[in-house]
Write a new protein. Structure first.
Length: 226
């Protein structure tokens, strides 16, 4: 069997299992739709990280991304999987997650730099979930005029959580993974953390799932190739 086809089938099954597990958390464990959605976001992000080492053609990633969006659209229209769709409202975040996956994969594949996929996805996986969890449980002060993917106000606590989790993710990526010198690692970490936190705070209705990785990708491309 073609290796790309094998990994496509594995991931198609894995994404389906994640949705079903999220539904189980919602129905059986009474975790609530927000917990189920964050579980799906974190799990999908983590298992997606090896893409640059597995797929040698962008077509398989495109098919997988389109298929995942189609499943989300069909289940939304049929009003099934309430664990995922009930709290999402008019958010396009789930679809934009897969758009970002494909965009970052293309950048990684054609540049030959796997970090252009890994680092944006790491930030989207960990910092975005941290912002959602902290903002919902501890957020008291709202950011004026800013709305999250479920229509509630984005909070300073959520943005702080995004920034603080982005710092170690980015520093470890540049200093240990890419072996940059200390000064360059600190500078790039602070720059990306500040800009991506701002984009997350000011991107409404789930669009941060696209704006955050796009911001990271642009900054890294400028740093690498200019």
């Amino acid at each position: 069997m073609n290796a790309n086809l094998k990994y496509y089938l594995i991931y198609a099954l894995a994404y389906g299992i994640i949705l079903l597990l999220g539904e189980g958390i919602y129905r059986l464990l009474k975790g609530g739709p927000a917990w189920s959605r964050n579980f799906a976001h974190l799990s999908a992000g983590l298992i997606t990280l090896p893409f640059p080492w597995l797929f040698t053609s962008h077509w398989w990633v495109l098919i997988l991304s389109l298929q995942s969006c189609l499943v989300l659209w069909i289940t939304s229209r049929m009003k099934i999987l309430p664990s995922h769709h009930r709290i999402a409202g008019k958010s396009k975040g789930s679809y934009l997650f897969f758009v970002s996956v494909y965009l970052c994969f293309m950048a990684s594949l054609f540049s030959g730099r796997k970090e252009l996929f890994v680092i944006p996805l790491l930030l989207l996986t960990f910092s975005d979930v941290a912002a959602a969890l902290v903002g919902r449980s501890m957020g008291k002060r709202s950011i004026p005029g800013r709305k999250s993917w479920n229509g509630s106000a984005k909070t300073l606590a959520g943005s702080t959580a995004f920034f603080l989790t982005a710092l170690p993710v980015l520093f470890l990526s540049f200093f240990y993974y890419l072996q940059w010198e200390l000064a360059g690692s600190i500078g790039m970490t602070l720059l990306i953390a500040l800009l991506s936190t701002t984009m997350e705070a000011y991107s409404p209705h789930g669009t941060d799932n696209f704006s955050v990785p796009l911001t990271v990708l642009i900054i890294m491309l400028l740093a690498f190739f200019l």
